[in-house]
Design a protein around this ligand. Structure first.
Ligand SMILES: *[C@@H]1O[C@H](CO)[C@@H](O)[C@H](O)[C@H]1NC(C)=O
Ligand SMILES: *[C@@H]1O[C@H](CO)[C@@H](O)[C@H](O)[C@H]1NC(C)=O
Ligand SMILES: *[C@@H]1O[C@H](CO)[C@@H](O)[C@H](O)[C@H]1NC(C)=O
Length: 263
């Protein structure tokens, strides 16, 4: 099973040109959707709630795009109270852990650090996807890069609160994103626009990272942080590929994202 997953991940890496964005893999999502709908008369809303749970837990494995019957559900989830509420609870769990972890970590002399992903973690790109739901099914890198250049993505408000609390506690905050180095300025402008005040480092993909699966790229960067004397207590991301791999943070916090998958 693990080997099969690994094979899929490698396949995915080979299939991506830039490596910076979601990867196009054949998945069972629409097949599962068809199988379920041909069974009992299950409403789209109920099926899509279950599909989103499957995505969040990682049970769905690599997937290409939101099933057609779930486009409206995903849109309602993102724009309604539920996304905000789910994200709030992740932030509350994170801060409860942070305060207690810091007390323990200060016994050593490593610098306590928290790693944040950016898209769908600190910044919310939902306005871009909501402007045309077909973007959830046909990712267009050119048009997404134009949106990044606008630098107008709002903060995910629960993450902004967590971020400020971590800064106040004295955490070293490191931003580790799948965005590319050429997007550094637009990313910094957007983070400030959204209310993020300061960070220790902003790490973007370099030319040498092109084509690497996110798990590999991000693990390598976490290893470098540890070599520089940071102790990564927490890591927040909307993709499992932000969080898995070695070295891993003491605790990882998975934010919801039913819009796209990155391997
Ligand atoms: C949404 O995108 C699709 C495919 O890219 C395009 O055909 C359609 O015109 C777009 N709709 C709007 C309202 O922009
Ligand atoms: C992708 O987006 C660019 C820029 O907005 C647009 O010119 C192009 O037609 C889009 N491609 C597709 C296949 O929709
Ligand atoms: C930085 O990015 C912003 C947003 O894309 C843009 O308006 C500004 O001109 C850029 N500045 C430089 C120096 O490139």
């Amino acid at each position: 099973m693990l080997r099969r997953l690994l094979a899929l991940v490698l396949l995915a890496a080979a299939a991506t040109a830039s490596g910076a964005r979601p990867v196009l893999l054949r998945t069972a999502t629409d097949d599962a959707s068809a199988a379920v709908s041909s069974g009992a008369a299950q409403s789209d809303a109920l099926f899509c709630d279950s599909w989103m749970l499957s995505v969040e837990t990682g049970n769905a494995g690599p997937w290409i795009s939101v099933p057609t019957r779930c486009l409206d559900s995903v849109h309602s989830y993102m724009e309604g109270d539920r996304y905000a509420s789910d994200s709030d609870v992740v932030a509350l769990d994170s801060i409860a852990f942070a305060a207690q972890a810091l007390a323990t970590a200060q016994e050593g002399n490593a610098k306590p650090a928290w790693v944040f992903d950016i898209d769908e973690t600190l910044l919310c790109n939902e306005p871009y996807y909501a402007a045309n739901l077909s973007r959830l099914q046909n990712f267009n890198e050119t048009s997404f890069d134009e949106w990044v250049d606008e630098a107008k993505a709002p903060a995910l408000s629960s993450s902004l609160k967590l971020y400020n609390e971590l800064l106040d506690l004295g955490f070293h905050i490191i931003l580790l994103t799948g965005r590319s180095e050429f997007q550094r300025n637009a990313t910094e402008v957007n983070l400030k626009f959204a209310g993020y005040r300061s960070w220790e480092k902003l790490i973007l993909r370099q030319t040498s990272d092109i084509g690497k699966p996110a798990v590999q790229y991000k693990s390598e960067r976490r290893a470098a942080m540890e070599a520089e004397g940071f102790k990564i207590l927490g890591n927040s991301g909307d993709q499992w590929s932000d969080l898995l791999g070695s070295p891993m943070a003491t605790r990882s916090f998975k934010l919801p994202n039913p819009m796209y998958f990155i391997s």
